[in-house]
Write a protein that binds this ligand. Structure first.
Ligand code: FEO
Length: 405
């Protein structure tokens, strides 16, 4: 690899991780990139580092442009391991450089590295750093998605270095949105944006809306967004901002995701007539079996859909473990503006469906109750009930969806 010039004198010097599939438990089928950038100005400035496994790669990329010992400033926009864990290697090469970081970032970084040997300056929203021909403006974005998070705006280049925000877990040879769309598609790129948002940023919709409004109030002209993962938005930066606004507003398609697991196929047999009922009501539907599909993909499908049905057998008087795990993951993501229902099979006691509704209540989600349970194996009569259950849920989802049109 070599550095890629993204704006005159500003280079991507990151790394592509083609092989990673498990990102702290979040399954990323397409790998990812760790993007960082260097600005060649009177004061050479590095923005972010990469995951420690790739420190040699970023240092090699930096060396393709300059001697790393000439780096004067290092901006740390976010202290999560995938972005900061090469900082010690960088500081070995540029020991006199000054690190610029948010206050919470400094406090967090101090837990991972001995900061006493480095020059560290705390910055806050509105602070600027003149590096020669260019001026950097710092914008704190607390809880998007860590307390320390911030962005850096390069005024003269109209470039927003957005750290995790607007990123995608996408390992690709393309560095820019238009390059990626040319060799893949818009749909694939947008799917990656939704996947990333659903699994990382879903809990922070209100903060995202507030931050986008703040950017607009500041009147920043943005003609490129360079996130710390995935492709750089040089052709359509406005498109990804609009996507974020829509997702933060809870927009979704009139569509229903059936997410289930099964012991001896009884709950599974219920999904087919339920799906048929939904379809006959004119609503699109997708069916996802947990244990065959990572929970992170199920979350993405749920997030794309206005409604979701959870199917679970009762095991030992409670929710089937894979479904319980999924619901725990989902609760942490604090989904909003979705209508939910549940169904499942049981042998003697039952109870899992009731518990699933209790989970929905904890999440504050709209529900269609009381759900549907069948004993042992669905009979022909039960299948008719499943079909009607699907139709009824689809009708209610259509009604609920009107609130968002
Ligand atoms: Fe890509 Fe929050 O780290």
């Amino acid at each position: 690899m070599k550095a890629v010039e993204i704006k005159p004198g500003i280079y991507w010097v990151g790394a592509i991780d083609w092989a990673i599939r498990d990102f702290h438990g979040y399954v990323i089928p397409n790998g990812t990139t760790y993007n960082n950038y260097i600005i060649m100005d009177e004061q050479i400035t590095l923005l972010d580092t990469v995951k420690h496994d790739f420190s040699d790669i970023t240092i090699g990329n930096i060396k393709s442009i300059t001697d790393p010992s000439k780096i004067v400033n290092v901006i740390i926009n976010h202290i999560e391991t995938d972005h900061v864990s090469s900082i010690d290697k960088i500081m070995e090469l540029a020991p006199d450089a000054t690190i610029y970081i948010s206050d919470r970032g400094k406090k967090g970084l101090d837990r991972f590295f001995d900061l006493s040997k480095w020059n560290v300056k705390v910055v806050k929203t509105g602070d600027t750093l003149n590096i020669g021909k260019r001026t950097l403006l710092f914008l704190e974005t607390p809880m998007l998605h860590w307390p320390d998070s911030m962005m850096t705006y390069v005024k003269e280049a109209k470039l927003l270095i957005s750290q995790d925000a607007f990123g995608q877990h996408l390992a690709t040879a393309a560095r820019f949105d238009d390059e990626f769309i040319e060799c893949a598609s818009h749909a694939e790129l947008e799917d990656s944006v939704v996947d990333y948002y659903a699994n990382i940023l879903m809990p922070f919709g209100q903060l995202i809306k507030a931050k986008i409004s703040e950017l607009q109030r500041l009147g920043l002209e943005i003609d490129m967004i360079a996130p710390d993962h995935g492709i750089i938005w040089r052709k359509q930066p406005g498109r990804v901002i609009r996507m974020y606004q829509d997702m933060a507003d809870g927009k979704a398609s009139l569509r229903i995701a059936i997410i289930y697991d099964t012991m001896w196929h009884s709950t599974e047999r219920m999904t087919l007539p339920i799906m048929q009922g939904i379809k006959d009501e004119g609503v699109d539907c997708t069916v996802i079996k947990l244990r065959a599909t990572p929970g992170s993909i199920a979350v993405k499908e749920l997030w794309k859909s206005r409604g979701c049905l959870i199917g679970t057998p009762t095991l030992n008087n409670t929710i089937f473990p894979s479904v319980a795990g999924f619901l725990t993951y989902l609760r942490g993501l604090r989904p909003k503006n979705r209508i939910m229902g549940a169904f499942g099979s049981y042998g003697w006691g039952g109870g899992a469906v009731k518990e699933v509704y209790e989970e929905f209540k904890k999440m504050g989600l709209e529900t269609v109750e009381p759900g549907l349970q069948v004993v042992y194996k669905p009979s022909a009569e039960d299948e008719k009930l499943c079909y009607e259950f699907g139709r009824d849920f689809a009708r209610k989802a259509k009604e609920y969806h009107k609130k968002f049109e």
